[in-house]
Each structure stands twice: as structure tokens, then as C-alpha cells.
Design a binder for this molecule. Structure first.
Ligand code: GRF
Length: 233
């Protein structure tokens, strides 16, 4: 397969930027054939801005409070992203909903990450919601952004067990560690031209199938003394 050209990313943040850091690190390790052309924060005090600057990545602060409407704010985002010749927009802890202005400017070219196994627990405080619901397995999902909240076609997911003594922070930390693995992976699949959106599903070309008998159990198989394989034979 012919190598695909380097992908120009625009990363949108509002806060600490650990997912941004995982993308920077994947690029620096040579695992992702991309450059971050621009990081935009809607908050001037977002610690993620310093992470970008430390790696020599251009940053912009576009404060949503300066705009009269969501559409005008999104128009300013689109202008900045286009000026930086961004091809894929990556939301990484960006705490603003996106309007059709930006969705239409980057059709099927905006990704987001969410700390649950979607479609469970969309919206804010997903880790707390999973704990309160008594979920035994939760995780994280990378998806293409659509007008609905955390509703778009799912690209990659990772499952994370809930520990008996978990609180919101310990669970969030373990989910975050998996976020840092799957976001660079999803971007890489995009860069390699392997993602095709078919309705609300994403088809990944040339992806190895997971082991059909492999499942994460919680409590684990060993605690239940049940066979390794889920097959009925
Ligand atoms: C992550 O939990 C992500 O799933 C959610 O916002 C958080 C951002 O964290 N969308 P960070 O700013 O990347 O550290």
C-alpha cells in the first residue's frame, strides 16, 4: 500500500490536555504520521496550551464568551482551522458543543473521545454515572462527531473494569490511561485511509478481528471458576 501523506491535525481543548499530550507523544515516537498544525483552546488558562507550546506547536485562544452565538464562535474556529490547513479536527477535552457551522465545514472529519463505552453514559460526568449505575465494565470511546451529543459513529473502544473500591478519581485515571492508547490509534486509522463511515457504523479496512472467545469479565473468570472459552461445546 502506498504511504499516505502526513495528516494535518487541529486539536481543540479546554483543559489539562493529557489526550493532546498522548497525540504529541505518538507523533514524536513515530507512531502517527501527522503534525499538529494548531491547538485551539476556548480558555486562556487551559494547562494544555503549555503542553503544545513546549513541543513548538502553534496555539490560539478563541474565547467563546467573546461571541454572540455558538455559530459565530464556531465560524471563528473554522477560520483558524482552515488558515492552518487542518484536515482532521480532534476534540480533546473541548467543553463546547459543535454547531452545524463547524460540522459542515469538516464533514466526517471531526473526532471526539468520551470516557464511557458509548452509547452508555453520554454527556458530562460519565465515570460518576457508570459508578452510580453499578456498571461493572465501562471504558472509553473515540467517535466521529455528529449533531447529537456523544452519538456519532464509533471508531475505537477500550473496556475498563470497575474495581470494588473505585471512586470517581481512580476510575477516571484508569479510563484515561486507555484513552491515551485509543485516541492515537483512531487518528492513525484515519491517516492510513482505513476508516469508512457506513450509516452510523465505521468500517475499518484490514483490521484484524478480535478473538471471538475473548471477553472481559467482572468479576473475573477465575473468581467464578468457569471455563476459559465462552463457546457452547
Ligand atoms: C477526557 O476524560 C475525555 O474523555 C473527555 O474530557 C477529558 C479530557 O481530558 N472528553 P484531557 O484534557 O485530555 O486530560
Amino acid at each position: 500500500m502506498a504511504a499516505r501523506p502526513i495528516l494535518r491535525l487541529g486539536v481543540l481543548i479546554s483543559g489539562r490536555g493529557t489526550n493532546l499530550q498522548s497525540i504529541i507523544d505518538a507523533i514524536e515516537r513515530g507512531e502517527l504520521n501527522a503534525i499538529i498544525a494548531l491547538v485551539i483552546s476556548n480558555r486562556a488558562d487551559a494547562p494544555g496550551l503549555a503542553r503544545a507550546q513546549k513541543s513548538g506547536i502553534p496555539t490560539r485562544v478563541i474565547d467563546h464568551r467573546r461571541f454572540g452565538s455558538r455559530a459565530e464562535f464556531d465560524g471563528a474556529l473554522v477560520e483558524a482551522l482552515n488558515a492552518a490547513r487542518v484536515e482532521l479536527v480532534v476534540c480533546a477535552g473541548f467543553m463546547r458543543l459543535l454547531s452545524p457551522v463547524i460540522l459542515n465545514a469538516f464533514p466526517n472529519r471531526i473526532m471526539n473521545i468520551h470516557p464511557s463505552l458509548l452509547p452508555a453514559f453520554p454527556g458530562l460526568n460519565a465515570q460518576k454515572a457508570a459508578l452510580e449505575h453499578g456498571a461493572r465494565i465501562t471504558g472509553c470511546s473515540v467517535f466521529f462527531v455528529t449533531p447529537g451529543v456523544d452519538d456519532g459513529p464509533i471508531i475505537v473502544q477500550a473496556a475498563v473494569p470497575v474495581m470494588p473500591d473505585d471512586d470517581e478519581h481512580s476510575l477516571s485515571d484508569r479510563i484515561l490511561a486507555q484513552e491515551h492508547r485509543i485516541y492515537p490509534l483512531a487518528i492513525r486509522l484515519f491517516q492510513e485511509g482505513r476508516l469508512e463511515i457506513a450509516g452510523r457504523k465505521v468500517i475499518i479496512r484490514d483490521a484484524p478481528a478480535p478473538d471471538e472467545n475473548e471477553a472481559l469479565l467482572n468479576p473475573p473468570r477465575t473468581a467464578l471458576d468457569i471455563p476459559r472459552s465462552g463457546r457452547n461445546n
